[in-house]
Design a protein around this ligand. Sequence first.
Ligand code: PEP
Length: 339
Amino acid sequence: MITIVKESATPAQLEHFVSWTQDRGFRTNVSQGENETIVGIIGDTSRIDPLLLEPMGIVEEVRCVSDPFKKANRTFHPEDTAIDCGHGVRIGGGNFHVIADPRCVEGESIHRIAEVAKAARATLLRGSPYRSSTNPYSYQGMGAAGLGLLARVGHDVGMPIMDEVMDTRDVGLFVDKGIDVMQIGTRNAQDFALLREVGRTRVPVLPKRGRSETIDELLMVTEHVMSEGNSRVMLCERGIRTFEARTRYTFDVNAIPTLHRLSHLPVIADLNHAAGSRRYAAPVAPAACAAGADGLMVEVHDNPNEARSGGATALTPEGFATTMRRVSLVRDAVTTRLE
Ligand code: PEP
């Protein structure tokens, strides 16, 4: 249920209304927008008689929200949310950023890759010291040493860093090392214990859509994080499994405007994991931007042929720079209004 608060309501009346609601066992979500203040009421709201709210004098309108996802719901929070990722990088609400992704942290090469990415105007760096892989015999990453290295490189080049957390036991370590954004990969998409654990931190979280997850299921994933108190959440479309076998997954470009309609959270598009080949990822990046993505994750490696993971999908530094220029042209085109 959402309640639209009257313009005349004082802060004291609003506070009284919120405590009245919470005293009855409900959770609340207050969204103070430019034009209106909305109080979202979460719980079994069939127990609330809207007529009871009227005498409080501050409720303009009551509307029922039937979607099971509440905190991520645009009805609860009509304005776009921007997430502060550190180093002055805010994603969403009109701010567009590219996350450079060499996949694994393999050693000092991460420093060179970060410099290349920054020169091409990427603003975040993703690298995984722990690799999530379907194959247990493939390269599994550098482990904890890589986490420290990534943090140092992020600090040196002045970019927020993102890393994938796969185990509830590592969340504290990620916080201690100053990881700026915690990614939840598709393989952990519905690991609810992990989602709740990152929800108990204040670090921005990027849950990727599960390979066979519907859009509503992805939104319920965010609810697990947000219901623990962490509202710094972004959404990631990374391709879903379909019958098509020519690409690794099918990038669902429809998911971008659909998520924007349903939710106020920023939407990131991860192209390379869906495409499974740099040949397809590069042309799809401008398309995701045109569809309204708030950010892109683009794989880049200074020497893809020698990469220990993701060599076939990573762009070369030249390919990355070209893709960035194309994305920038599309971004300018879609944000410029035709007169
Ligand atoms: C990754 O980002 O390294 C990864 C394996 O992605 P996904 O979880 O989307 O497969």
